[in-house]
Design a protein around this ligand. Structure first.
Ligand SMILES: [Zn+2]
Length: 119
């Protein structure tokens, strides 16, 4: 994954290193993330390292606190959107099913009427 920051081309790479969740190499413009972090932790670590990239002078504590807060908010927001899209998908499935039933009922009704008319 690559991203632009202040005109520089940065990369995010996944690499397992003992005792390291994430690292920001300001000279190489490279962020390294542990490949097996859980979703929330991965999000937090990516934001954390990107904050280091954008504000190298920021303290470790402010980067840690800000990244944790942003990750928490993004997680809740994206879950909200996921729920909305799940609901829309469910409504679409119900609509298609009802339409299918109406078509079948209509066909059966026409057949019944046709059979009665034939008698
Ligand atoms: Zn840090």
């Amino acid at each position: 994954m690559r991203f632009q920051l202040y005109g520089d081309d940065w990369s995010i790479e996944y690499e397992r290193r003992p005792g390291l969740w994430g690292e920001c190499d300001l000279d190489a413009k490279r962020i390294t993330i542990h490949p097996q972090l859980r979703y929330r932790k991965r999000l937090e670590i990516i934001i954390h390292e990107m904050l280091h990239a954008g504000w190298p002078e920021a303290t470790e504590q402010s980067v840690t606190d800000t990244a944790r807060a942003i990750a928490g908010v993004l997680l809740v927001e994206s879950k909200g959107n996921q729920r909305k899209s799940d609901a829309l998908e469910w409504i679409a499935v119900v609509a298609v099913t009802v339409m299918g039933l109406v078509i079948v009922i209509e066909a059966v009704a026409k057949t019944v009427i046709a059979v009665r008319a034939y008698r």
